[in-house]
Each structure stands twice: as structure tokens, then as C-alpha cells.
Write a new protein. Structure first.
Length: 235
């Protein structure tokens, strides 16, 4: 099985990567199109030069990597964490035909609050909601809301595994604290909280209160989130 898990940033996506990476039968890839995205857009992200040096910047090369068959003798399955905003127009998507597509969403108020703490003045393109909605229309698959996962990790992961025909594995519920060998080079900037974790955090509290541009961005993103939320797996 080759899983392409699509989300925007700050969507519990790294914790899900760790959950699958903790299975004995899965290899994992962390945001393989990130350098190609930065090279194509010229955006000034934290650790930009390190990311560009660490990954191929040609999206065709990355697409071949994502679509390649497992190496004989290695782990039989592959889980890929993909950021929807990285898939720019013209980037190859034919490799997804061999994938089980999974979609991870989170309320935009939580995403904007978390993202803005790491990179100021985010835009709708930065947080990926519109592009994710378009990818979901083209490549439908199970939708999981991060709030539901945090409220019941065991139940939601079991539900996901059943939905995609994968054996449930309790190893997905916990992992060792600290960096992982599959982390992208950008982990030291973005993954501080998950490096301190040993499993999924508890249920989320009330939505954060935002104002100004951040509040306007939440309003822009909300219709895309609500449309995808209507397809989410029930707890």
C-alpha cells in the first residue's frame, strides 16, 4: 500500500507521520515536494536554503520517487505526508493513481494561530485550504478531522485502517520522544512540540480568538474546511 496523506500545515500531520512511521511495515516520507515548492515560488520560508539543499528541486524527480515501487526486502508499505500547498499548477500528479489518498483537516482558527506563531502574516495560499479542497475533489478518500483524532486516537486510527483495508496496529498510538530519522531538515524549526510528545495529545480546548488579518484569513478558509468536514469519518 502507498498512502498519500494530504493536509495543510499545522494539521496534526507530523503526529500522523510518526504514527505510521512507528509501524514495522511502513516506510515514511516527509513532505517530499517542499524543496520543489520553494524553488518554484521563491518564497522565503524558515530554513529555506537548508531545505533546497536537502531535497530535489525538480518536481518530476520527486514524482518518480513518490510513484516508485518498494525496494525488495524493505518495508512493504509507504506513507507520504504531503502539504496541499506544495502541489503547484503543473507539478506532476499522475503518481497518485497508485496511492490510497487520505485527507487530514483542522479548523482554520487553530491552524492560523499555530502557523502565525512560526511564520508571520500567513495567506490562504500558505495554509493550503483552497488547494486541498481541489485535490480532494480530484483524489477523493477518507477525511479525518484532527480534533476527532485527538479526542479518540485509538478509535479514529482503527476507523481509518478499516476504511482503507489496512490491519490495525497499536504501535501507531505512541512513539519515542525526540527527532526521527525520517524528519525533514526543517524539523528543528517546526517540530518542537511533536519532538516532546510520545503520542497524540488530548482533546483540544476552545477555538482560539483571533483578530485583524488572522481573523479575516480564518473566514476565507472556513468554507473550504466546512465542505471537507462534511465528508469526515465519524468518531
Amino acid at each position: 500500500m502507498r498512502i498519500a496523506c494530504w493536509s495543510g500545515p499545522r494539521n496534526l500531520s507530523t503526529a500522523m507521520l510518526y504514527a505510521f512511521g512507528n509501524r514495522a511495515d511502513f516506510a515514511v516520507l516527509d513532505e517530499p515536494f517542499y524543496a520543489a515548492y520553494l524553488a518554484a515560488t521563491g518564497l522565503d520560508h524558515p530554513m529555506r536554503e537548508e531545505v533546497l539543499a536537502a531535497q530535489p528541486t525538480d518536481p518530476a524527480i520527486v514524482a518518480r520517487q513518490c510513484g516508485s515501487d518498494p525496494v525488495p526486502g524493505k518495508k512493504p508499505h509507504l506513507y507520504m505526508k504531503h502539504m496541499a500547498q506544495h502541489m503547484l499548477p503543473g507539478f506532476p500528479l499522475d503518481w497518485t493513481a497508485a496511492c490510497t489518498n487520505v485527507h487530514l483537516i483542522r479548523h482554520p482558527a487553530r491552524v492560523v494561530a499555530s502557523y502565525a506563531a512560526k511564520r508571520e502574516r500567513p495567506t490562504l495560499d500558505d495554509i493550503g485550504y483552497a488547494r486541498h479542497a481541489a485535490l480532494f475533489e480530484r483524489f477523493p478518500g477518507p477525511v479525518l478531522d484532527s480534533a476527532d483524532i485527538r479526542a479518540d486516537p485509538e478509535g479514529m486510527l482503527r476507523r481509518l485502517c478499516a476504511e482503507i483495508g489496512l490491519t490495525d496496529d497499536p504501535a501507531m498510538l505512541s512513539w519515542a520522544a525526540g527527532p526521527k530519522p525520517w524528519d525533514g531538515v526543517w524539523a528543528s524549526h517546526w517540530y518542537g512540540a511533536v519532538h516532546l510528545s510520545t503520542g497524540f495529545s488530548g482533546a483540544e480546548g476552545p477555538l482560539p480568538t483571533l483578530d485583524g488579518g488572522d481573523a479575516r484569513l480564518v473566514e476565507e478558509a472556513l468554507p473550504f474546511y466546512e465542505a471537507m468536514r462534511s465528508h469526515a469519518l465519524c468518531p
